[in-house]
Each structure stands twice: as structure tokens, then as C-alpha cells.
Design a protein around this ligand. Structure first.
Ligand SMILES: [Zn+2]
Length: 398
């Protein structure tokens, strides 16, 4: 059944059965991330997918000033009247793989109107060959996608013109080729010269991205991870987090590539490493979510500097029963989770497209407990990870 039909049928069942949703199995999963057994601070009820729509979200009432400690002491964030979408987008790509991008001013206005106050500007680590005239790698197999400084420099120049009173942008170094990183520190020196102090994050770097293999991307190996030593030392000294995309595996072999991330974590346990998409991908959609959560928990327990990013609508779309398993996990590890959209701002996209993806990737946040909501959705983790002079606002006690 297509997901549209499935959604429609599920919505119908929901309308008819109302409170019996919790026993509907797959339908509950498609439509609703609220699990029946979440011990949430507030009764969240059951909401059909038709209600979960960015167009129905209230306008945000905050500005950056509300995140600066002491500046607005009377402000509190009211979950009952404010959108549940994240104020942080820790995984955002302002430029496409190739071709034209969305207008920068339009992007900033979009963040402002949707209440996204903190954004990581990730380059596309793999710009497609410039003469290929292709904006998405899957549309042009065979065209090489190789890590490069191009996107980062454009992002660096663009950031200089934004309004720092409305949005806080973090620039990210995305040029590093994890299969051949021995000389990355030389390029970091170039960034230091051209953009002093401006690039304070790194990633998204691809260790193993199966979807890119058709574009001549070379995955890292256990051997090449040893070659990260120089740049990882610089990042550790500077406290620079690095977001790594590393597929856990695929449907045939769900943990096929786990050894790569394990080796990176063992090799660089003192570096802040953010595992993009929790290792999930389009290639891995049938894994037992409980097993997935068990693997993630083990590693979070073992490596205190490991974080997970829950960006990309693939995660929401693929895991039909994800709420029941993932929400308690997010609540439990709420200091280790970062929200993000993984939006790629090609010129063909509109601000409404971003609003939609932000809402979909924020659905889990809607049903988090209050502490987890403040840590994840309101940015407290992000501020602490980056040592930024911001603080998540307190929640209103109605
Ligand atoms: Zn991404």
C-alpha cells in the first residue's frame, strides 16, 4: 500500500475509533508518534496526521533575546500555545549538490517566521562535478560527488550579511574526505586565515553513505580512520563537534557498517561526535527499532561525547512504530539528542517546503516530556555542546 493510501485509511480508522487508536498498531505508527505508554508530564492526546500540519502551528512568540540569559526574565515558553517545532536546526544544507540555491534572505526570513533561531550551515560535503548541471546526486548516477571547500566558502561569505539579532548561524567545515583525511589540517589552516574563528562545527562528513556510492564516493575504512588523527586533535582542542553520516547497515545486513563507527568512537573517544540520523537511512527501514535503540544506548553509555542527530524525514517516514520505542529513548537520553531537518535548499524549493520538513522532523518533539523538550527542541543541548552564551527559556507552568 502506498503511504498516501495508508495514511488515508489510517485517518479514517482514527476518526471512527478515536481513543482506540493505541490498539491499531501500524496505523498509530504512521500517523502519530505518541506512544501509548509514554509517561509524559502532560496529557497529549491522540492527534491524527491531518492535524499535524505546519499550517496549523501558531506563530512563535520568541526572539533571540529570550535565549540570552537574564535579558527577558519574565519570558517563559508555553508549550500549550507555542509550536512544537525545534528552535534549533542542527543539520541544514543551504546549498544543493549542484545548481542554484534558495535565496539567502528568503532563508533567514523563513527561519525567523518559523521560530528557528539557531541553524548549522552544513556544506554539501560532496559537490557534484560543476559541469554536470545536476542538483541531486540520485538524479545523476556516475557524476562524481567529491568533498570540497566550495560550499563552505560560499556559506562563509553569505553569513557575513545575515541579521544576528534574529538568527544565530553556525558555520561548518564540510570539506574533509574521511577516506583521505591526512592533510585536512592544512585546509583548516586555510579556513583560519580566510575566516578567522568563524567555522566552529564540522560536517556533515560522510564515512559510509550507501546512497552516494553510485557517485564515486569513497567510504572510509578502518585504515583511513587512523588518518583522521591530526584534524581530530584540532577539533578536540577547539571543542568543535563533528557530524558524521555513517549508515548503520541495510535491510539485508542491518549492522553491516557498525564496525566503522565503533572504530571511530574507539579511536577518538574525547571528540564530540554527532551521529547523523542515528545511522538510519533509506537502505535500512526494516530493522527492529528496539534493537536499534539498544545499539545506540550502549554507545551513548560508553562514549560520553557521542550525540545523535534525529534529522531527516526518512526516520519519521520509515519507522512506522517509532514513537513507542523512540520517544522513551529520547526522553531517557535527552541530553544527547539534537534536532535537525536535513533540508537541502535547492532553488526549486520554497519556504513552505522547509516549513513542512521542519514540522515532520519535529513530530517526536511534540510528545517529549518537559525536560527533554527543553534540552532538545529549545536548544539547551546545543548551547552546552557549543558552549554558546545562550540558554533555553524556562517552560511556563500553567
Ligand atoms: Zn545532511
Amino acid at each position: 500500500m502506498t503511504s498516501f493510501k495508508q495514511n488515508f485509511v489510517c485517518a479514517l480508522k482514527l476518526t471512527l475509533l478515536g481513543a482506540l487508536l493505541t490498539v491499531l498498531g501500524g496505523c498509530a505508527a504512521t500517523l502519530e508518534s505518541a506512544p501509548p505508554d509514554v509517561s509524559s508530564a502532560q496529557p497529549l492526546g491522540v492527534v491524527p496526521a491531518s492535524e499535524l500540519d505546519w499550517r496549523k502551528l501558531p506563530p512563535p512568540d520568541h526572539t533571540l533575546a529570550n535565549f540570552r540569559p537574564g535579558e527577558t526574565p519574565d519570558y517563559c515558553f508555553d508549550r500549550a500555545t507555542q509550536p512544537y517545532t525545534a528552535v534549533v536546526d542542527s543539520h541544514f544544507h543551504p546549498k544543493p549538490f549542484g545548481g542554484p540555491a534558495m535565496d539567502a534572505q528568503l532563508l533567514w526570513d523563513t527561519f525567523d517566521r518559523l521560530g528557528v533561531r539557531f541553524v548549522n550551515y552544513f556544506g554539501i560535503g560532496q559537490v557534484l562535478e560543476l559541469d554536470a548541471n545536476c542538483s541531486y546526486y540520485l538524479d545523476c548516477p556516475g557524476v562524481s560527488a567529491i568533498p570540497s571547500i566550495k560550499n563552505d566558502f560560499v556559506n562563509g561569505l553569505e553569513k557575513a550579511a545575515y541579521d544576528p539579532d534574529k538568527i544565530h548561524i553556525t558555520l561548518s567545515m564540510t570539506f574533509i574526505d574521511l577516506a583521505h583525511a591526512e592533510r585536512a589540517s592544512e585546509t583548516i589552516a586555510l579556513y583560519d586565515k580566510e575566516f578567522p574563528g568563524m567555522f566552529t562545527w564540522s560536517g556533515e562528513l560522510n564515512m559510509m553513505k550507501q546512497a552516494l556510492l553510485g557517485n564515486n564516493a569513497e567510504p572510509a575504512s578502518v585504515e583511513s580512520i587512523a588518518g583522521w588523527a591530526d584534524f581530530m586533535e584540532i577539533f578536540r582542542e577547539r571543542g568543535v563537534p563533528v557530524t558524521i553520516h555513517s549508515d548503520l547497515g541495510n535491510d539485508a545486513e542491518p549492522t553491516k557498517f557498525l564496525h566503522l563507527m565503533d572504530h571511530a568512537l574507539e579511536s577518538y573517544p574525547d571528540n564530540k561526535i554527532v551521529w547523523a540520523h542515528m545511522g538510519l537511512s533509506k537502505e535500512l527501514t526494516t530493522m527492529d527499532a528496539r534493537e536499534h535503540v539498544r545499539l545506540m544506548s550502549e554507545r551513548l553509555d560508553q562514549y560520553p561525547h557521542l550525540y545523535l542527530d534525529i534529522s531527516w524525514d526518512v526516520i519519521y517516514n520509515a519507522y512506522h512504530r517509532w514513537g513507542e520505542i523512540f520517544i522513551p529513548f529520547f526522553n531517557q537520553y535527552s541530553t544527547r539528542i539534537l534536532p535537525g531537518s536535513d533540508f537541502v535548499a535547492a532553488a526549486s524549493k520554497t519556504w513552505e517546503n522547509y516549513a513542512h520538513e521542519l514540522e515532520v522532523t519535529s513530530r517526536a518533539l511534540r510528545v517529549l516530556d518537559d525536560e527533554a523538550f527543553r534540552n532538545i527542541a529549545l536548544g539547551q543541548n546545543y548551547f552546552e555542546l557549543m558552549d554558546l552564551p545562550y540558554e533555553a527559556p524556562v517552560l511556563c507552568t500553567n
